[in-house]
Design a protein around this ligand. Structure first.
Ligand code: COA
Length: 141
């Protein structure tokens, strides 16, 4: 949940805070999908702030692996907020992250995929997309 302490001068969440949270989610996603110990961010693209985030809203991160490379993976992150007071969801931010598995010396190393996790994540993604497309879902975004 976004707290008063997270809020900047405009009364909304600071963009850099959201970027850091998304980068963290990208790293966690990469770790969940593999047996590698370390990942670094090599590229961030198309970061779009669709709508401001306000205190009291609950941030939801949805990560999709869009490309599985040899030492890298591409992850698309869609961020929504859920406002409990109005019981609505809203799209707030989206962006692409490329994460690279690195060894102890910081050099790129092959990704050791957890195939079952990748399959489970894409199945969950399909379910979420189907739910999103359901008529009557409350989404102001
Ligand atoms: C990530 C890093 C180790 C890659 O080193 P590198 O010498 O470019 O390594 P490689 O050329 O072998 O590339 C490794 C992978 O990264 C991908 N990659 C490298 N540069 C890329 C870019 N600009 N965009 C997309 N992918 C890129 C390559 O395609 C490759 O993926 P693949 O094996 O799946 O095909 C190095 O660039 C680095 O340490 N960058 C800093 C990372 C960091 O500190 N991030 C935090 C920012 S504060």
């Amino acid at each position: 949940m976004v707290l008063d302490q997270d809020i900047g001068l405009n009364g909304t969440l600071f963009g850099g805070d959201m970027m850091a949270r998304m980068d963290m989610v990208a790293g966690i996603t990469a770790s969940l999908m593999s047996r590698n110990r370390r990942f670094v961010t090599v590229k961030v693209s198309e970061l779009i702030f669709h709508s401001p985030v306000r205190p009291g809203e609950i941030i939801e991160f949805y990560a999709t692996v869009t490309h599985q490379g040899r030492t890298s993976l591409s992850i698309q992150i869609e961020v929504q907020v859920y406002a409990p007071v109005t019981d609505t969801h809203r799209d707030v931010t989206s962006g692409g992250f490329v994460m690279v598995a690195v060894d102890a010396a910081g050099g790129a190393e092959p990704i050791l995929w957890k195939a079952e996790m990748v399959a489970e994540a894409s199945a969950m993604h399909r379910v979420r997309k189907a739910r999103q497309d359901e008529p009557g879902r409350k989404n102001q975004g």
